[in-house]
Design a protein around this ligand. Sequence first.
Ligand code: HEM
Length: 345
Amino acid sequence: MATPTRTDFGLALAATLLALLVVLLGAYTRLSHAGLGCPDWPGCYGFLGVPMSEHGQALAEERFPEAPLEVAKGWIEMVHRYFAGLLGLLVLSLAVQALRRRVADGQPLRLPLALLGLVVLQAAFGMWTVTLKLWPQVVTAHLLGGFATLSLLFLLSLRLSGRVAPAAAPRGLRRLAGAALALLVAQIALGGWVSSNYAALACVDLPTCHGQWWPDTDFANGFHLTQQIGPNYLGGQLDSAARTAIHLGHRLGALVVALLLLALAVRLWRAGLTRLAALLALALAGQVSLGIANVLLHLPLGVAVAHNLGGALLLQVLVLVNYRLRAVAPATQRARYAGAAPLAE
Ligand code: HEM
């Protein structure tokens, strides 16, 4: 009977690391305003790469007169696409591998197949990001899809690693960890909404905004999810009060999430999972600090990309926490861990 090998685990881990890189390249593309660096998809001005020759550039101008070529932005966009394509191939091979081993006891099958579906959907969102000219709804969904791909690949790596502790966590702790994960995803969506609506600098002071605790805000327009302002969303279209509402929403969300994650860290610590608790507290502190630095330093590109990375890593910590609290070991591993204390690290 086929069983997972170290190669399966290695492939899943490589795909996880590549997904992290693709998420980061996506953030760099978005935050350096290169999302429309190529006005078409999957090529760039109809070419496989950014046209560099005089003839190619003349053709590009002829094909897309309304979108003048900026070579640097085109390359930023294309590098993101190449790495995303490579990730697609890795996920495809993980799915094929899982199908070949589907007879093996307890081996993940649905997860690699779901990942394949997700990657195909992500390619579609990548295309719509360009064709719908950075419509915030699509940009945010694309960001969430990237974070979801990364998280599911990390989960797959954990499952294939064979390092599973027996689950013996109290139900209350498991529920708290589940709620923390759900709220963190909502906070990441809010972050994507801030970024895609160009609301990062809607408040440049902190903790107040425009020198007030509650400045002029327009939540109805800031969170009007079916709005269709356009046609081109580069730089944002909402007015100041709507952007302020979005920015404040993300700040308030951060407050709620931080309190919940701190409570979770304390509960984990008390349950004996001290390393996980410390990791969570550290990732949270880093992410909040980077968010604050974003505002106070007026959004330097490096800090904005690091804040995206921090969000992705914090999410992986939450995936790990939930996995540790919920994982049920396959029979062989249960035997290996039989003598272990329930929640010891
Ligand atoms: C648990 C806490 C937090 C999480 C998980 C989080 C997550 C995110 C994410 C995923 C983004 C989108 C980044 C991108 O477009 O690539 C974002 C954007 C942003 N966040 Fe946070 N954030 C948190 C806390 C904060 C805090 C405390 C602040 C400041 C008070 C803050 C300020 C910002 C700003 C200004 C942006 C927009 C950046 C841009 O347009 O490039 N965040 N956040």
